[in-house]
Ligand binder design. Structure first.
Ligand code: HAM
Length: 418
């Protein structure tokens, strides 16, 4: 017996119906916001993620699925979607077209993390990326699109955490201040943070260890160190969120786990009973295109974890309106009736009716049970008697009412019922 690798999931029916619903909702909501779908490869050259996400991030340091292909090139299964979207935008010179370019995507991502509920090694993201504009209206639009998406799925108790982490001009000065503060208070930080101070000092801000949160209480805040331009941009982002009546909490410790962010950073958490999880997160990444290519293109986006979204919907007992039952189950008695049922089944399907029949030559009683189990709205019963009269016994599975209908009219008839 060979099992699936740790941290992966098989998605079975009926769960696949929920996945389809969630994916269809993404297509419809993001299309309404005029975002177009982009599909990029599941693997890229490793360098893309090293340069894009940053060498000193958890993802690049320890979570990537990296291997050498038969040509000796280092390949990595994508741990996220943004770097690939930017690579594709640059490679295909999309920046030469009228801007902004608004994309959405969905698909599997891979991170070698310790698996637990809501954290997997293969997981799925739905994300959007808007490239080619630094307009603070766009920051608010991106957050609004994500909020609308999850709200249309039925989630309501959501909290937006918002921060600005500045730009190339103002951030280095802040990082110096933070390092100075941390050096003076070194003994108060955990050992990981002591290392982070050397490799990625901003990340001490979102360390989840309590002693560090405590140690940071007196630390300088990035929001107080923004340059005039970043401060004005952030002020406008907040105003635009207010205009859309999207409430948010400022969180000056929110820095996110990828290095490409500049200015706006945000996370959306579910705050309902029993859950405190980040459903989606993102931000601006005005420097990423230059990191990967030669163009300087401002951009913003977010990504949402589909498994986490589904877990939250399940925990909150939010039912998605998916239809898993059949319209018609065909029950036959005898070989001749079975053959007629078989062709009728094809006619029904071609006419847009969701139908099925028995393929194990079961008794009528078992076929009835199958019709029930498959949640069929109607069953068609065809026996010797029906064949002789050229009719089908049409049974409403809910009320149990039956009527005989001409076999030539049955397809039209059932179409008016469904
Ligand atoms: P991220 O915060 O690394 O951002 O991931 C986004 C979301 O993916 C998380 O909030 C979480 O729901 C989900 N996720 C991450 N890792 C796992 C895992 N191991 N198992 C299950 N779910 C997971 C990004 O990936 C950025 N690319 C977002 C972005 C887009 N920023 C700008 N544009």
């Amino acid at each position: 017996m060979i099992n699936a690798p740790r941290g992966t999931n098989d998605i079975h029916p009926p769960d696949t119906s929920y996945w389809q619903y969630i994916e269809n909702k993404a297509h419809s909501v993001f299309n309404r916001y005029n975002y177009k779908e982009i599909r990029t490869p599941v693997f890229e050259y490793t360098e893309l993620f090293q340069r894009g996400i940053g060498e000193a991030t958890d993802i690049v340091e320890k979570e990537m699925y990296t291997f050498e292909d038969k040509g000796g090139r280092s390949i990595t299964l994508r741990p996220e979607g943004t770097a690939s979207v930017v690579r594709s935008f640059l490679e295909n010179k999309i920046y030469g077209q009228p801007q902004p370019t608004k994309y959405y995507y969905l698909g599997p991502m891979f991170r070698y993390e310790r698996p637990q509920a809501g954290r997997y090694r293969q997981f799925h993201q739905i994300g959007i990326e808007a490239l080619g504009s630094n307009d603070p209206f766009l920051d608010a639009e991106v957050i609004a699109a994500g909020m609308n998406y999850v709200q249309e799925l039925g989630l309501n108790n959501l909290k937006v955490l918002l921060n600005s982490i500045g730009c190339r001009e103002c951030r280095p000065g802040y990082v110096e201040e933070l390092k100075k503060y941390a050096a003076e208070n070194k003994e108060k930080f955990c050992s990981d943070c002591k290392n982070r101070l050397k490799t990625n000092p901003l990340r001490i801000l979102d360390c989840k260890v309590e002693q560090c949160s405590e140690a940071l209480k007196e630390a300088p805040l990035i929001l107080e160190a923004l340059c005039d331009e970043c401060e004005e941009h952030f002020r406008q982002v907040k105003t635009n969120l207010n205009r859309l009546e999207i409430s948010y909490d400022l969180d000056p410790y929110l820095v996110r786990g990828l290095d490409y962010y500049t200015n706006t950073a945000f996370e959306v958490k579910y705050t309902g009973l029993g859950a405190q999880d980040t459903i989606f997160g993102g931000g601006r990444y005005n420097g990423l295109t230059e990191e990967i290519g030669r163009q300087s293109v401002p951009a913003i986006g977010f990504a949402l974890g589909v498994e986490r979204l589904l877990l939250t919907l399940k925990e909150q007992e939010i039912e998605l309106p998916v239809e898993t039952g059949l319209d018609v189950f065909i029950i036959t008695i005898g070989e001749k009736a079975r053959s007629r049922g078989f062709t009728l089944n094809q006619e029904l399907r071609r006419a847009g009716v969701k139908s099925d029949m028995d393929y194990l030559d079961n008794s009528v009683g078992s076929q009835m049970k199958m019709a029930d189990r498959q949640n069929a709205k109607y069953s068609f019963i065809i026996g010797g008697n029906e064949l002789q009269k050229g009719v089908v016994t049409f049974r409403d599975m809910k009320s149990g009412e039956e009527e005989e209908i001409d076999i030539h009219n049955i397809v039209n008839k059932v179409q008016t019922y469904i």
